[in-house]
Design a protein around this ligand. Structure first.
Ligand SMILES: C[S@@+](CC[C@H](N)C(=O)[O-])C[C@H]1O[C@@H](n2cnc3c(N)ncnc32)[C@H](O)[C@@H]1O
Length: 331
């Protein structure tokens, strides 16, 4: 009931402004909500004058994607080492938490956007492999000591022709940056992970996939780099199957003020310095830290996901809000 009233209100706002393509920031602004810095667009007189942020810098919108591309091209070869160094290895726990919340089953098809060097896809394939193994062991046990339920379900699955089992799971890593993909592919080859994995160069704002293709869409530490987050969210909705799930890991707002001050001191002083020592690149890592501060907080990002058309949107804070895991469904 509340959802349908909200939908009607949203439609009425759109009609009253004669615009069917209202961005999250615009809707938020009209309804008096705080505008998230990264969704604010400054409009100049001419259409080409739009500006946005690149870290703490203000740049023309058309420039941001090129600058972001350069950052990840520069960091690609040190990306995994730097991730461990900057987060003291904790990024692995955040990614594990994503998989744990996702709990994918054999047969699931994943699209990992801004997937970089493949961390999420590798975890996904490993997770479904262990699920499949667990199910296989359970089936063997059931054959050795069948209960009446096992016997009856084996008859019904034979009748339904279910013997073949679910189809293979697949993971597609999609990233705009060819260097990041190259490093990822090399990692996959040396770890012998190739089955069910593909690498696609593509922009989150204009995904090179048909509608209704994937069961799960993930984006980990990538969406804050995208110029038009609202457009990327719409694309996520488009490529998911009905019932599919959107999941995003992103740096967010630390809720505890003491932890927030420590975290600020660490990120502004230590991270660019680590970047300089490990990758001889202070500026790229300064951008990464600044871009975190420009990203909407947990609640604002939740509104944006809802505005894109997702349902049951929730988020969970990890490490006191250093990172938030947002989740929503396409219905
Ligand atoms: C911080 S990395 C995250 C990589 C990986 N998801 C992880 O968690 O380790 C951000 C990634 O976003 C990618 N990216 C930035 N803008 C993008 C866009 N518009 N479309 C697709 N990928 C993008 C970058 O190339 C980079 O690989």
């Amino acid at each position: 009931m509340a959802a349908s009233v909200r939908l009607l209100l949203r439609r009425a706002i759109r009609l009253s402004h004669g615009n069917t393509n209202v961005t999250a920031a615009e809707t938020a602004g009209r309804s008096g909500r705080r505008l998230a810095p990264s969704t604010c667009r400054c409009f100049g007189d001419a259409a080409g004058d739009r500006s946005t942020h690149f870290g703490f810098e203000t740049v023309p919108e058309a420039e941001k994607a090129k600058k972001v591309y350069k950052v990840f091209e520069n960091v690609a070869h040190h990306y995994d080492t730097m991730n461990d160094a900057m987060s003291l290895g904790i990024h692995r726990l955040w990614k594990d938490a994503l998989l744990h919340a996702m709990h994918p089953q054999p047969g699931a098809q994943l699209l990992d956007v801004a997937g970089g060097t493949g961390d999420i896809a590798f975890r996904f394939l490993e997770y479904v492999r262990s699920q499949r193994e667990r199910q296989r062991r359970r089936a063997v046990r059931a054959v050795q000591t069948p209960s009446w339920r096992d016997i009856s379900s084996s008859y019904s699955s034979e009748e339904d022709g279910e013997e073949a089992g679910p189809r293979e799971s697949g993971a597609v890593v999609c990233d705009i940056n060819k260097e990041m993909l190259k490093v990822g592919k090399r990692r996959a080859d040396s770890a012998g992970v190739t089955a069910g994995l593909s690498w696609v160069a593509g922009d989150a704002e204009e995904l090179p996939f048909d509608d209704d293709q994937f069961d799960i869409y993930t984006v980990a530490f990538g969406i804050r780099n995208v110029t038009h987050i609202d457009q990327a969210l719409k694309e996520a909705l488009r490529v998911l199957k009905p019932g599919g799930r959107f999941m995003c890991l992103e740096f967010s707002k630390v809720t505890n003020p003491v932890l927030a001050r420590l975290y600020d001191a660490y990120s502004f002083n230590v991270i660019p310095a680590l970047g300089e020592v490990i990758a001889a690149d202070w500026k790229s890592y300064q951008y990464l830290v600044e871009s975190i501060r420009k990203f909407p907080d947990q609640e604002e990002f939740k509104f944006m996901i809802e505005d894109a058309g997702f349902f049951c949107v929730k988020y969970y804070n990890l490490t006191g809000g250093v990172v938030a895991l947002h989740s929503g469904f396409k219905l």
